[in-house]
Structures are given as C-alpha cells and as structure tokens.
Design a protein around this ligand. Structure first.
Ligand code: IPD
Ligand code: CA
Ligand code: CA
Length: 261
C-alpha cells in the first residue's frame, strides 16, 4: 500500500480531532435513535464523526472504498483494492450511559489483508495502533509479543450478547479462567487482550467494523483472531469471534466444541 507513513500520521490526527469533538459534546443533549433493538443505538455524534472521517478520506485518498458502521460509506460486497473500515464510536451504549469505555476505530485493508489498525480509547487517552509486519503500539510504545499463557492464568472478556445467548458456554470458559470481565467495547476489549491485561475476548456476533482494527493489532502481537469455531473471519459478514494467545485459543475452542455447560 502506498503512502503508509502519511496515512498513519493523518489517521492519528483525525482520531485525536474526533475525540476532542466527542469530549466537547459531553455537556450537550445527545440525539439518540434506536437501530435494530432497544440496546442498538446511534447518536448524532456517531454520525458526525463517521461523516467527518469519510470527508477526509475522500479528500486525501479519492476513489478508495469505505465501509462505515453508520452507512455513510460505500455499499461494499468485496474487499478488493484498498478498503477503509470505520467504527466512529465503538461502545455507543457506554458513551451514552457512562461517558467512558468507548473507542474510535479505523482500519485499512488491502485485497482483504489488514494493513493498518487503530483503536483509540478516548477517555483513557490510549491509542493502540499497528501496521502489518511492523508491530503494535500503545501511544507509540511498542507492545511486546504476547506471552502464550494458559486460560487459567488470565481474565477473559465475554460480550454481553454472548453472555445472554450462550450463558452456559460463557460460564464454562469463565470458570476455566481467572475470572470474567465485561467492558462493552469490542475494540477496548481486544486492545486489552493485545496488551496482556486480558487472556481472551469472545463475542457472539461482531460486525466488520468491530473486528477490523483489532484484528490487525492482535495479530501483530501474536494473538489468534478467528470465528468462535476456529474458522477464518469473514469481513463482509457478522462473525462470532474469539481472540486469544495460541494456547488459550486452543483451550477455549476445545471447551466450546465439547459444549460443556
Ligand atoms: C458494540 C460493542 C459491544 C459488542 C457489540 C458491538 P457499537 O459496538 O463493541 O461491546 O458486544 O457486538 O456492536 O455498536 O457500540 O459500535
Ligand atoms: Ca462497534
Ligand atoms: Ca459504533
């Protein structure tokens, strides 16, 4: 992919500018709309931020495809060429109800392969980023390759949808670990696995924009990021997902296969 350094600098600049706009909005009344159900919400901020990113991408990289959660990008049915994948606010429910634990996420894929990934935990001021083959960083400090620990030695995060849909399986995995943590932002949870704070993250059905940036970052530190059944992620669909170091990934997959409750 061309202009990688320029892209990296621009994306970081756009993300920090977007975060400033989000934080400035905290005293304003949010416009909140319901999408597929009462817990699937979108605010005026999600839309504003996505539109701003798209405007910038069009300005600097005309002709490149954009897949955005709020639908202001392109209708994408293939991953040929350069595709930007954007989640303007990951953890919208947290943003609305807690004003914390939400992230801005941007990724660039080329012919289906992750090239750049960014997850900005806005309230912690932590920007996780990665370029394929060049390692992953948190605020420009290189993240070490993850230690390949067994499941019993770490805390595991499980999405709330997976908890309610497959509570037996979620409990089984939880029991085999040191404990369960729920944050409510796929991006932040993946970043915590990548930085060694969590041993794994499991989710029931993540959309491409929930996965794209985290997958680039996760793979750069040696994590395995697949569907829950171990198959390859399909970035044109929703996927049940599992990200963990190789040993814990194998252990969790085995527990899920046996279906022990
Ligand atoms: C959601 C969050 C949540 C995950 C959901 C996602 P959104 O993203 O990442 O943690 O469990 O599946 O949809 O809608 O807040 O961007
Ligand atoms: Ca999301
Ligand atoms: Ca979102």
């Amino acid at each position: 992919m061309n202009q990688v350094i320029e892209r990296d600098q621009l994306i970081k600049k756009w993300i920090y500018a977007a975060a400033a706009i989000i934080k400035e909005s905290f005293n304003d009344k949010l416009d909140i709309e319901r999408k597929s159900n009462r817990n699937d919400l979108v605010t005026n901020m999600d839309k504003t931020i996505e539109k701003q990113f798209i405007e910038k991408i069009h300005q600097f990289f005309p002709g490149e495809h954009i897949l955005g959660e709020e639908g202001f990008g392109d209708d994408i049915n293939h991953l040929d060429g350069v595709v930007w994948i954007i989640d303007p606010i990951d953890g919208t429910l947290n943003f609305i109800k807690q004003q914390s634990d939400f992230a801005i996420m941007i990724a660039i894929y080329e012919n289906g392969k992750g090239q750049l990934g960014y997850i900005y935990d806005v309230m912690q001021d932590k920007l996780y980023s990665a370029q394929v083959g060049k390692g992953a960083y948190c605020n420009d400090v290189l993240l070490p390759i993850i230690e390949d620990k067994p499941l019993k030695e770490g805390l595991v995060a499980i999405s709330s949808a997976l908890m309610s849909k497959e509570e037996g399986l979620a409990r089984t995995v939880g029991r085999a670990s040191s404990g369960v943590r729920l944050i409510g932002s796929a991006g932040i949870e993946t970043a915590h696995v990548a930085s060694g704070r969590l041993i794994g993250y499991l989710a029931a059905y993540l959309a491409p924009w929930d996965i794209a940036a985290g997958k680039v970052i996760a793979e750069e530190v040696g994590l395995v990021y697949t569907k829950l059944n171990g198959e390859k992620i399909d970035l044109l669909q929703k996927n049940p997902t599992l990200v963990a170091p190789p040993t814990a990934h194998k252990e969790i997959s085995a527990l899920l296969k046996t279906g022990k409750k």
